[in-house]
Write a protein that binds this ligand. Structure first.
Ligand code: AMO
Length: 429
């Protein structure tokens, strides 16, 4: 019966392994085949004088990245990975890989990101790349565990919608029979509607679609958003929740993924909560001191500004007390100064990870804010209706999964954190 490669130890006597041929070294009288499966590496050593004719024949046919099945005796040896080797008694090529390979899985030859993404199935055979997705899976597991422990309901909302969520820009139009429809930018309106439904604590981990025209290393056209909404909560409550989520992801990865972290060769430290909190006005002051371009109160934070503030902060931090004018219509203004609102961003020193806010729950104030943004309340009819029939106070946030993983693992490009990224130029594979 097949055993995973990591389960083959120097104490194993007989074994059957199935894996990919990672490397072949033929030294004349001796040949080494390094086999790989998702659990590790194993050396198969063929002493040509002693091996059977059928083993020699199959081994000769086994090109790199072919899937092979080997049975044989396991021996301890210090020179091979894991301190053991298998001496094949049978050797079968199950699926031969064509040559040359479109991508060198053994990473001896570096590949451009486009070549890697075009051949993602091969790229993901690399332990370093597989490690990223093992970690992403652990992150999602940590998040769902925490939400379920805290009594959240997992919801699924439609990605086909009739209206913009975040203000009318960056929408992908859809051919939807006779109607105008779009791919949803955020489950914002739906998660808020579920507060009116009395669900109290909801989360959704799902794709969001943004027709960003610019091709950057931190934007995707299809991203994964971790969204929450909580009733009877304010912005402070959901910032605390966000801190717990981020710390629990790092903690889980540190505990469960040491091999993947090692393959990535990164320094990995769990961030310490509470994260520092600075106001938007303070953030602008820090940026104004360190960047060349002009920046004033009321401006959005440019990439250069984010970087300057991130360098100064050096750890995860929140920016609070944003001008109401630059946050979406649903953010709750402060009662004593409506020019600022109860919105926040969670920042990693490299970039924004999450935005959230306490929301407006009063129907008339919400209509006012929609109009103040130059939008028409008519196109928000389905969203506004629940606010007339008992909407509790509530708050929430959206956290970008890819940015979380990218910053956690110090990846240079957000595309590294997605199996099949979608950007301006890429709709395949
Ligand atoms: P926002 O638009 O700030 O807020 O998005 C929330 C988070 O989602 C991630 N994100 C992206 N990641 C990669 N590529 C993109 N194009 C992209 N767009 C967004 C970011 C960002 O911080 N409705 C609010 C959330 C809320 O208030 O609950 C919203 O969508 O990490």
């Amino acid at each position: 019966m097949r055993v995973p490669i990591s389960a083959v130890t120097p104490e194993t006597t007989e074994a059957e392994v199935i894996g990919w041929v990672h490397e072949v070294r033929d030294l004349g009288g001796l040949a080494f085949y390094i086999l790989r499966d998702r659990t590790g590496f194993l050396q198969a050593t063929i002493v040509k004088k002693k091996a059977s004719e059928s083993v020699l024949l199959a081994a000769k046919d086994a090109s790199r990245e072919s899937v092979v099945r080997i049975t044989g005796v396991v021996k301890a040896t210090e020179k091979a990975p894991g301190g053991r080797e298998i001496i094949p008694e049978t050797f079968e090529v199950i699926a031969r890989a064509e040559t040359p390979l479109p991508l060198d899985v053994a990473e001896k030859v570096p590949a451009e990101i486009d070549t890697r993404l075009d051949n993602r199935f091969l790229d993901a055979r690399r332990p370093r790349v597989a490690g990223i997705f093992q970690i992403r899976s652990a992150v999602q597991h940590a998040i769902t565990d925490l939400f379920f422990q805290e009594g959240f309901i997992n919801i699924t909302t439609s990605k086909i919608v009739a209206a913009a969520t975040e203000g009318g820009t960056e929408l992908f139009p859809l051919a939807y029979f006779e109607k105008e429809a779009f791919l949803n930018q955020s489950p914002q309106l739906y998660k808020q509607m579920m507060m009116a439904a009395g669900f109290e604590k909801v989360f959704e981990i799902a794709p969001i679609f943004r027709a960003e025209e610019h091709n950057t290393t931190r934007h995707l056209n299809e991203a994964t958003s971790i969204d929450v909404e909580v009733s009877f909560a304010d912005h402070e409550d959901v910032m605390d929740l966000l801190e717990r989520v981020v710390v629990s992801c790092y903690t889980r990865v540190a505990e469960e993924c040491p091999t993947a972290i090692e393959a990535l060769g990164i320094d990995f430290a769990v961030p310490k909560a509470p994260f520092p909190r600075i106001t938007y006005a303070e953030a602008i002051d820090i940026a104004a001191l360190s960047i060349e371009e002009d920046i004033a109160y009321g401006d959005d934070l440019s990439t250069a500004a984010e970087k300057a503030i991130g360098d100064e902060m050096g750890e995860h931090y929140f920016i609070t007390d944003w001008p109401t004018s630059i946050k979406p219509y649903y953010a709750m203004p402060f009662e004593d100064d409506p020019s600022i609102c109860k919105a926040f961003d969670l920042m990693h020193p490299r970039m924004e990870l999450s935005s959230g806010a306490q929301r407006i729950h009063q129907h008339d104030l919400l209509v006012e804010q929609i109009e103040a943004k130059g939008l028409s309340p008519d196109s928000f009819e389905f969203y506004l209706k629940p606010f007339k029939y008992g909407m509790p106070p509530h708050a929430g946030w959206g956290l970008g999964m890819e940015r979380l993983v990218m910053t956690m693992l110090d990846l240079p490009n957000i595309r590294e954190a997605v199996l099949f990224p979608r950007d301006r130029h890429r709709v395949t594979p």
